[in-house]
Design a protein around this ligand. Structure first.
Ligand SMILES: Cc1cc2nc3c(=O)[nH]c(=O)nc-3n(C[C@H](O)[C@H](O)[C@H](O)COP(=O)(O)O)c2cc1C
Length: 152
């Protein structure tokens, strides 16, 4: 089966950003994604989501359909959807990266590289910068101790 990578951004509804609700969402997502060999990352910056989903075309499409209808966020906007030769986020079926929880030095690194307003890192407009942010987030997850470890 052919594989693809889909990236979208959206705006979180106020109640989903609470620690408990978001951890629950990511836990359930990781479980459901594992059953379909979907991998990816969910980045949260302020009240903005940026998510990457990797897997079989049909599974990723179906999941994106569900996600678009989900009332826990709005303004869902596709960033890229393309064929995928190899996964970038094979480490996680879904992993939350809350940029607000970064410790000092990784935060300074991200803030210097991407646009920053009112204490919040802005999700870039251009798709190559979106990729760059997601890959930086991955690198930070793999190499840097976080203030508070999140699961999964
Ligand atoms: C920001 C966000 C990200 C989500 N990511 C996933 C995901 O990676 N995997 C997943 O199964 N559900 C995810 N969901 C939940 C889906 O929208 C949906 O609730 C889930 O696929 C179950 O759909 P169903 O009740 O129709 O089976 C996400 C929801 C939101 C708001």
């Amino acid at each position: 089966m052919k594989n693809c990578r889909l990236i979208y951004k959206s705006r979180a509804s106020t109640d989903v950003v609470s620690n408990e609700a978001i951890n629950h969402l990511v836990e359930q997502s990781a479980q459901a994604n594992a059953a379909r060999q979907i991998t990816g990352l969910l980045l949260l910056s302020g009240n903005r989501f940026l998510q990457v989903l990797e897997g079989a075309y049909q599974d990723v499409n179906r999941l994106y359909g569900n996600i678009m209808r989900d009332t826990r966020h709005c303004d869902v906007e596709l960033v890229t959807f393309e064929p995928m030769e190899s996964r970038y986020f094979e480490e996680w079926n879904m992993r939350l990266v809350d940029l607000y929880e970064l410790s000092k030095y990784p935060r300074e690194f991200i803030a210097a590289k991407y646009q920053y307003r009112d204490g919040v890192i802005l999700i870039p407009e251009r798709s190559h910068e979106v990729y760059s942010l997601l890959l930086d987030a991955k690198a930070l997850c793999l190499t840097t101790p976080w203030k508070k470890e999140k699961s999964p």
